[in-house]
Design a protein around this ligand. Structure first.
Ligand SMILES: NC(=O)c1ccc[n+]([C@@H]2O[C@H](COP(=O)([O-])OP(=O)(O)OC[C@H]3O[C@@H](n4cnc5c(N)ncnc54)[C@H](OP(=O)(O)O)[C@@H]3O)[C@@H](O)[C@H]2O)c1
Length: 317
């Protein structure tokens, strides 16, 4: 099969189209013919070697955590899927393997594809939407009627966070650049702040939850605009941020937290119900053929994408 893999860490040039044997599912795993995969920043962070301490030096390494496709083989002990099922899945980035014509994964991290989504729309969602859900619901403990601010509302995680927060009954403020205002408004934000004209950390509004989806702010900057028991959640841990989380976890008042998305089928099931009831949609900035994955990485690294970048994995033969 064709796949995009790296044989060393480095710039986007190390992404190569290779021929490898198709993977075989172990017990508890399904094999999927991948129709589409999406790009997440963790893919290029792994490619650059920034997670080398965990990913080691085992090459070739096929990247990609998000996919949608069709089940073509089942290992033993598979109970939830059958051949021909259309699924979407979020594979742990350390295992990865989505930039390929075929991938295997545990059935516990896959879910039937939302019926009203194309494969491209479905592949855009798993990692980013799961992150948004777990940040708002689990770390932020968001309740209906609360006020939430999403920083980075136009990014892969942000587009889903805005919509999920609305579906949870919150009043939502989105923060983005001027070019993305109409996009973010269209996702259902009650208010949109253009960060080049207004610094929300200096404004009079107060929030129950600030989800810093792009981790461009900090707890100390956001603390003054949190309500008395408000929570700040970000997506990138720093040593000082982790210390802050520990301290605020032990003391009453405002909290600083970090989300580390965990793939599981029950959250994908919940997201499926939001897609099918049209409370959630994917926003796709661009699609790329598998062979042009390096171009997609270069674009993702600009941190300017509006929503998601999706790789269309067609049969290359
Ligand atoms: N911990 C986890 O489990 C986890 C999971 C997923 C993602 N992440 C991390 O979360 C971050 C965001 O991921 P993503 O997929 O959303 O990335 P992304 O799609 O690449 O984010 C791009 C967006 O960031 C926005 N942005 C850039 N600078 C900004 C700023 N100063 N203020 C507000 N918005 C800004 C851009 O909008 P404008 O052009 O409008 O500025 C753009 O739309 C990445 O660092 C990723 O690695 C962590």
């Amino acid at each position: 099969m064709k796949a995009i893999a790296i044989n060393q860490y480095g710039s986007a040039e190390v992404l190569q189209l290779i021929d490898v044997d198709q993977p075989t599912p172990n017990p508890g795993q399904i094999k999927v013919k991948v129709e589409a995969a999406s790009i997440n920043p963790v893919d290029w962070k792994i490619r650059q070697g920034r997670l080398k301490i965990i990913t080691g030096n085992r090459f070739p390494r096929i990247l990609g955590s998000d996919l949608a496709g069709e089940v073509v083989a089942c290992g033993s002990q598979i109970t939830r899927f059958k051949l021909g099922d259309a699924i979407y899945a979020f594979i742990n980035p350390i295992q990865a393997g989505a930039y390929a014509e075929y991938a295997v994964m545990p059935e516990r991290i896959a879910c039937l594809k939302p019926k009203n989504l194309t494969y491209v729309q479905a592949a855009a969602a798993p990692l980013a939407a799961t992150t948004a859900l777990q940040a708002l619901r689990d770390q932020g403990q968001l309740q209906s009627g609360q006020t939430v601010l999403i920083n980075g509302a136009a990014g892969g995680v942000g587009i889903f966070a805005v919509q999920i927060a609305k579906a949870m009954g919150a009043t939502v403020t989105g923060v983005c650049s001027a070019q993305k205002i109409e996009l973010v408004k269209g996702l259902g934000c009650d208010r949109v702040i253009d960060y080049s004209h207004e610094d929300f950390t200096q404004a009079p509004e107060r929030y129950d939850l600030i989800f810093d989806a792009v981790s461009k702010q900090s707890f100390s900057r956001c603390k003054p605009v949190l309500k008395p028991n408000g929570v700040y959640v970000n997506t990138l841990p720093s040593p000082s941020g982790l210390l802050q989380n520990l301290i605020t976890g032990l003391t009453p008042g405002k909290k600083s937290k970090f989300v580390l998305a965990q793939s599981n089928s029950s959250d994908l099931d919940y997201l499926k119900s939001l897609f099918e009831s049209e409370q959630l949609r994917s926003v796709i900035d661009r699609t790329f053929p598998l062979a042009e994955t390096a171009t997609a990485h270069i674009y993702s690294e600009t941190e300017r994408a509006a929503g998601k970048l999706v790789i269309i994995v067609t049969n290359q033969d």
